[in-house]
Design a protein around this ligand. Structure first.
Ligand code: NAD
Ligand code: WQD
Length: 335
């Protein structure tokens, strides 16, 4: 059985779908601070088997110890955490507590139970403002906000742990910009309130829920002046996790890889692609740069290809079509 922390969330729920397709049994622990219980019902429909679900917090040590005693867990996919960059600046202690202490508590419970295989959600945010693109895993790391610092610290904790106890098998997966949704339209990204990220915002403009998109800056040193990012379909991303699990099973060790496509798209290119996929127009206005944003960021994705025999295959049109299918059903649900 695979324990999935944060398995009701955006990426975690898609990972559960991919794990179920690969024949794994799943136990989800999620405190539902940023997700809905109904996701579990959708996962049951998608995979034909209802995943075990426990509503709870990974910082609740007695709960976690009990779970490891009760179930035979082979590996942990660790998605639980807070992820909003701006909020992390306002609430640093909450972010450090949830992300760093949460991970420490999880590791402690894992060690007590002798469960030593962990797949951790890191982020391209650990590259800070990159010196060059594409970004290899060896690039210097830095943090510009508490969210990013929490990922840096956890990466270091995991390296220290592996340095001290080399029977651990640990993957630190650095995600670029996950977008899209399961092709069924049953699960997807459901941000609370005003979306921070580009793709959910565009999708809400396309449905008419929001009037227009603010494009944060058109004076960056990029081909059209708007920010360039490596958008990766969430299904590709989670399949990369299943490949990482397989890798750890065979090779063990401490694995650090980028999960991206290796290709960047600008904000204006994203708007255009979404308009084509949805048949709707996405009005926008050029606004000031968003503080803390970088000009461009995309992955050197060659290491994942070499080590995991995995690469992202879904193109931008599919990312937009799948987001749109999900957004239409989410909009209906919210009416
Ligand atoms: P999400 O908010 O949709 O999912 C996180 C889930 O964890 C939520 O369901 C939330 O309720 C749960 N959770 C939070 N704190 C918890 C706790 N203490 N105990 C139990 N459950 C808890 O976010 P996501 O986009 O699915 O991100 C998953 C992971 O991937 C996060 O660690 C995030 O930092 C990382 N990541 C995300 C992105 C992205 O752009 N979405 C990029 C890079 C890395
Ligand atoms: C993408 C581009 C914006 C919204 C963030 C986190 C990062 C990672 C993924 C977790 C940028 C522009 C956006 C809008 C816009 N998360 N934009 N109007 O900033 O690359 O990364 O999410 O680890 O840590 O920082 O993603 O989707 O917010 O922005 O013009 O309303 O879209 O300026 O160029 P970002 P994003």
């Amino acid at each position: 059985m695979i324990l999935v922390t944060g398995g009701a969330g955006y990426i975690g729920s898609h990972a559960c779908a991919a794990l179920a397709s690969a024949g794994h049994e799943i136990l989800i622990v999620d405190n539902l601070s940023n997700s809905r219980r109904s996701v579990i019902d959708e996962l049951a429909v998608l995979s034909g088997v209802r995943p075990l679900f426990v509503e709870g917090d990974i910082r609740d040590s007695s709960l976690m110890n009990n779970l490891f005693r009760k179930y035979t867990v082979k590996a942990v996919f660790h998605f639980a955490g807070l992820k909003a960059v701006g909020e992390s600046v306002q609430k640093p202690l909450e972010y450090y507590d949830n992300n760093i202490r949460g991970t420490l508590d999880l590791l402690d419970a894992m060690r007590r139970a002798s469960v030593k295989t962990l797949i951790f959600s890191s982020s391209a945010t650990v590259y800070g403002d990159p010196e060059r693109v594409p970004i290899p895993e060896s690039a210097p790391r830095s943090a510009t906000n508490p969210y990013g610092r929490s990922k840096l610290v956890i990466e270091d904790i995991l390296a220290d742990l592996y340095g001290a106890e080399d029977d651990w098998r640990i993957a630190r997966l650095r995600y670029f910009n996950p977008v899209g949704a399961h092709p069924s339209g049953r699960i997807g990204e459901a941000p609370q309130g005003i979306p921070n990220n580009l793709m959910p915002f565009i999708a809400q403009v396309a449905t008419g829920q929001r009037e227009f998109l603010n494009v944060y800056g058109n004076d960056y040193p990029t081909p059209d002046g708007t920010g360039v990012r490596d958008y990766i379909h969430v299904m590709d991303l989670v399949e990369g996790h299943v490949a990482a699990l397989e890798y750890l099973r065979n090779a063990g060790g401490l694995l650090t890889v980028n999960l991206g496509t290796g290709q960047g798209y600008s904000v204006l290119e994203m708007i255009k692609a979404f308009e084509q996929a949805s048949g709707r127009s996405v009005p926008y206005r050029i606004a000031a740069r968003r503080p803390g944003d970088i000009a461009q960021c995309w992955a050197d994705s060659s290491l994942a290809r070499e080590l995991l025999d995995w690469k992202a295959t879904r193109k931008l049109a599919e990312m937009c079509t799948d987001t749109w299918r999900w957004q239409k059903s989410a909009a209906m649900f919210n009416q």
